[in-house]
Design a protein around this ligand. Structure first.
Ligand code: APR
Length: 230
């Protein structure tokens, strides 16, 4: 049976595909007030502004491609049972060919009714005010905003508890509960952290190897290291 490799990814893995991270200088949050565009209260106050913010990001997705980091993670399925847990709302892991991708913070190419978190549909174009589902309810981006529950959290924790190897790629580990997921791994489980500016990880017993490189350099290195451990 293949060993289980669990990978937590953040905005950094998509940076070299041309999608901005959030907290780097020139990051997405530099030019935006998070409370206005990424909270339920912001949406209530100014739905058009929020819809437009995500419409622009959704349009950008049609122009970007997965990079070597995404592709190597997909290739690793040949040797490992790879589970990707991503904070990203792009679909670049899927495009690269990864078969098990859990989106913690939702997906840009889906929309849901404002009334029901479970009424989710594929949505590849703009969402406009007046776009309603079959029940007549306004649609909103299928994105987990600040202050909202993370429905995929329990599944992410279950997967992480079973990991033989854990990799964390391109995340500042500042946003919870996502950042806390690594603490559910078994203490013996080796953790690899790829990020050009890695954050300090506190209170972790696992063997930790920090690879201070970008995703396109670091993920191929990770592949070599993991294959040697088989
Ligand atoms: N390769 C790998 N990592 C990179 C690269 C790169 N080429 N470029 C930047 N990084 C790293 C940065 O050093 C940083 O540690 O990616 C990380 C990006 O961190 P954030 O911008 O904070 O993104 P993320 O951790 O994914 O944010 C978590 O916060 O705003 C919310 O919901 C949003 O899912 C997001 C969550």
């Amino acid at each position: 049976m293949k060993k289980k490799l669990v990978v937590l990814t953040g905005a950094g893995i998509s940076a070299e595909s041309g999608i901005k991270t959030f907290r780097d200088s020139d990051g997405l949050w530099e030019g935006h007030d998070v409370m206005e565009v990424a909270t339920p209260e912001g949406f209530q106050r100014n739905p058009s502004l929020v819809l437009d913010f995500y419409n622009q990001r959704r349009r950008q997705l049609h122009e970007v491609q997965p990079n070597l980091g995404h592709r190597v993670l997909a290739e690793l399925e040949e040797w490992f049972d790879v589970h990707i847990i991503t904070q990203n709302v792009d679909n670049l892991h899927e495009q690269a060919g990864s078969s098990k991708v859990l989106h913690l913070h939702g997906e840009l190419l889906k929309a849901r009714s404002i009334k029901n978190t479970h009424r989710i549909i594929d949505w590849h174009h703009d969402i406009l005010l007046g776009d309603v589902d079959e029940y007549g309810d306004q649609m909103r981006p299928h994105i987990v905003w600040f202050g909202e529950e993370v429905p995929a959290l329990e599944e992410a924790i279950n997967i992480t508890e079973q990991a033989d190897y854990l990799a964390v790629i391109g995340t500042s580990l500042q946003v919870y509960p996502a950042a806390g997921i690594i603490h559910y791994s078994q203490a013996m489980c080796p953790l690899f952290y790829i990020d050009p500016k890695p954050a300090t990880i506190y209170n972790l017993q696992n063997p930790l190897e920090v690879i201070s490189k970008s995703a396109t350099e670091g993920v191929p290195l990770l592949r070599e290291k993991l294959k040697k451990m088989l």
